[in-house]
Design a protein around this ligand. Structure first.
Ligand code: RIB
Ligand code: CA
Length: 317
């Protein structure tokens, strides 16, 4: 079966790094490109990290740097206490050898999606600023994207930055509201499901055993993330936000969805809150409201267990 073309818009970030290596390792996916955004780190660092992940996996794909700041509000300080100073836990001085695509993310997205009209699934797993800028720059793009699978929001559950807001929507609520209100198909993989996908640390030691190169890196960086969650939820686990969005592309059957028009509150105490919209003119979003966590774990581990084999195939081809 032909691999599904995707572009991941990302703020790497530990769970972003896992999701990107998961996509590189999954033969059902073809990663056409990575576009970067601020969020877990500043966008310059996100671009270095994305280039570095592609080099680490010997995966040839474009990397295009995105917006420096949110559409309207001031930028929030990156969550270094969650993902580490440079986004990969205690790893520092990340120096990729490749350079990014000269185009800014929204222009790269418009041109690349149009060159592959109807074929690309856009998978944002960070703040949605680049995607909102894409809509402003090229409104007709909604007719050329196959669909979006977005990690973000918290519709029927509390947020993770405030009790209302999930981090990606909190970091640019105006962008999130614009993207959710556009006329395209969205699968929204939010905290409603990702907060329940908690993998214990032995998952990562098993992956590292099976794939010492890629799995070993993931094991190393997720130690910092597990230490953070141990303080938050009192267990040595990783919340698998971004990997869940990638699973929802090829393994959509392990999720259950509910269709609701959504909007995002852009100011005040509830800023970043994703709510069911009264505006019935808004196209409904497919909101993931349930997930088979065991199936998610099995699929994630099976994909990452052969990450080094996939690497060897690319290097020896
Ligand atoms: O709220 C979780 C999301 O915010 C994830 O995408 C994580 O990487 C951060 O970007
Ligand atoms: Ca992310």
């Amino acid at each position: 079966m032909k691999a599904q073309k995707i572009i991941i818009d990302t703020d790497p970030g530990i769970d972003d790094a896992m999701a990107i290596h998961q996509a590189f390792a999954d033969s059902r996916l073809e990663v056409v490109g990575l576009t970067t955004i601020f969020g877990n780190v500043y966008v310059e660092q996100a671009t270095r990290n994305a280039l570095w992940l592609a080099e680490q996996a010997a995966y040839e794909c474009s990397v295009a740097g995105g917006a420096l700041t949110p559409l309207v509000q001031a930028m929030n300080t990156p969550a270094c206490f969650v993902h580490g100073e440079e986004g990969f836990g205690s790893l520092t001085d990340i120096q990729p050898s490749q350079k990014p695509d000269p185009r800014s993310a929204h222009i790269y997205l418009s041109e690349t999606i149009r060159e592959n009209s109807g074929e690309i699934i856009l998978c944002p797993v960070g703040p949605l600023t680049n995607i909102a800028k894409l809509l402003d720059y090229d409104p007709e793009i909604v007719n050329h994207v196959k669909k979006l699978v977005i990690m973000g929001g918290a519709v029927y559950v509390p947020g993770n930055v405030t009790s209302f807001a999930e981090a990606n929507f909190w970091n640019d609520p105006h962008a999130a509201d614009k993207v959710l209100g556009a006329d395209w198909h969205i699968d929204l993989i939010g905290l409603d499901v990702t907060a329940t996908i908690q993998f214990p640390s032995d998952v990562f030691s098993q992956i590292a055993k099976a794939s010492p190169r890629i799995g070993g890196f993931i094991y190393d960086i997720c130690e910092f993330y597990i230490a953070f969650y141990e303080k938050i939820v009192g267990k040595r686990v990783c919340l698998m936000h971004d990997p869940a969005a990638l699973l929802a592309i090829c393994d959509r059957d392990i999720f259950t969805f509910q269709n609701e028009p959504l909007s995002v509150i852009v100011e005040g105490e509830e800023v970043g809150n994703s709510i069911v919209s009264e505006n019935m003119l808004r196209r409904a979003v497919s909101v993931a409201v349930g997930v088979d966590v065991d199936a998610a774990k099995k699929r994630f581990m099976a994909i990452l267990a052969q990450a080094d084999t996939a690497f060897d195939k690319r290097v020896n081809s």
